[in-house]
Design a protein around this ligand. Structure first.
Ligand code: UDP
Length: 328
């Protein structure tokens, strides 16, 4: 029996595959390598290159593998791009999930752990964000993830396919031995951009707005360490395999850091000056997003191990120093 990881060559998926294999699971990976890297896939995983929207391909994989559970990371995930190209997001994310669920139903696979996002909430007025708060996605990316969650809810009712949706806040860092890490082209995320600047690969960090309603005027985010985030996925899989009901959990650290605080922390970790310049706001950025992860802690017995922001940045720095050109 194997765990099928969709999007297992991506930043988060590759860390999941690695941790599952190290915990003794048999793992099969599907990835279309559009944004993922073949080198990121653990060599003990069976790799099928293809697209989740290709139903015949998916049926072939489900015929070859005896799938006991699915972990679904295969989606487009850039807020800005989703505003420009909403149909691409509905096609890849929503239609892709439609095929995944159709094939799971056909092959009688009953468990799915699903990568969702804080972007489903939009910008709630109260912090920290708890799972019972209303969802008002403010961009097509968040909307597509909420649609995917809702598809799963109805598939649970009709076919008994149970799901856990994990709503991530800002995922950060790399495996502690720096063998796998974050490599996006183009890179849009704060920590890798700061560290590329520290390496001299960028002239400066552009701070997107310092006139937000926050103490230093820059946006506040909740950064969760990648290996801890993955531990929650394995706990969620176990939760489903024990027969528990479908559920939704936030995954964050309960701590918020501003862009300026992140920059300062990175300057300390790297010992580099890291030039920065304030730029206009980036469209679609909420001023503050901080999670309450109490539900995951209570229900999944999830206990993040690395919560110190400098320690998280250090793991990313080790990856960047050892892979200055990413996986290339
Ligand atoms: N950010 C920034 N400069 C950059 C990249 C990001 O100021 O070059 C800010 C961004 O506006 C947001 C925070 O850093 O407030 C985190 O952005 P990221 O893209 O990493 O994640 P998001 O919160 O959008 O998922």
């Amino acid at each position: 029996m194997s765990i099928l990881v969709l999007g297992g060559a991506g930043y988060i998926g590759s860390h999941a595959v690695d941790q599952l294999i190290n915990k003794g699971y048999t793992v099969a990976v599907i990835d279309n390598l559009q944004t993922g890297h073949k080198q990121a896939i653990h060599d003990k995983a069976i790799f099928y290159e293809g697209d989740i929207r290709d139903k015949m391909f998916m049926q072939e994989v489900f015929t070859k593998e005896s799938v006991e559970g699915v972990i679904h990371f295969a989606a487009s995930s850039l807020v800005g791009e989703s505003v420009e190209k909403p149909l691409l997001y509905f096609n890849n994310n929503v239609y892709g999930t439609q095929i995944v669920l159709e094939v799971m139903e056909e092959f009688g696979v009953k468990n799915i752990v699903f990568s969702s996002t804080a972007a489903t909430y939009g910008e709630p007025k109260e912090m920290p964000i708890v799972e019972t708060m209303a969802t008002h996605p403010e961009n097509p990316y968040g909307e597509s993830k909420l649609m995917m969650e809702r598809m799963m809810k109805w598939c649970d009712k009709a076919y008994g396919i149970r799901y856990v949706a994990l709503r991530y806040f800002n995922v950060a860092g790399a495996k502690s031995d720096a063998s796998i890490g974050e490599d996006h082209v183009p890179e849009t995320h704060l920590i890798p951009i700061i560290l590329q600047t520290a390496l001299g690969q960028r002239e400066y960090l552009g701070i997107y707005g310092d006139d937000y309603d926050t103490p230093d005027g820059t946006c506040i985010r909740d950064y969760v360490y990648i290996e801890d985030l993955i531990a929650a996925h394995i706990a969620a899989l176990d939760y489903l395999q024990k027969g528990n009901k479908s559920n939704i959990f936030n995954l964050g650290s309960n701590n918020g850091y501003s862009v300026k605080e992140m920059l300062e922390a990175a300057r300390e970790v790297t010992g580099k000056e890291i030039p920065a310049k304030v730029l206009p706001r980036r469209s679609g950025d909420p001023s503050k997003l901080v999670a309450s992860s109490e539900k995951a802690k209570m229900t999944l017995a999830w206990e993040p191990q690395i919560t110190d922001i400098k320690q998280i940045i250090k793991t990313a720095w080790d990856w960047h120093i050892s892979h200055p050109k990413g996986y290339e």
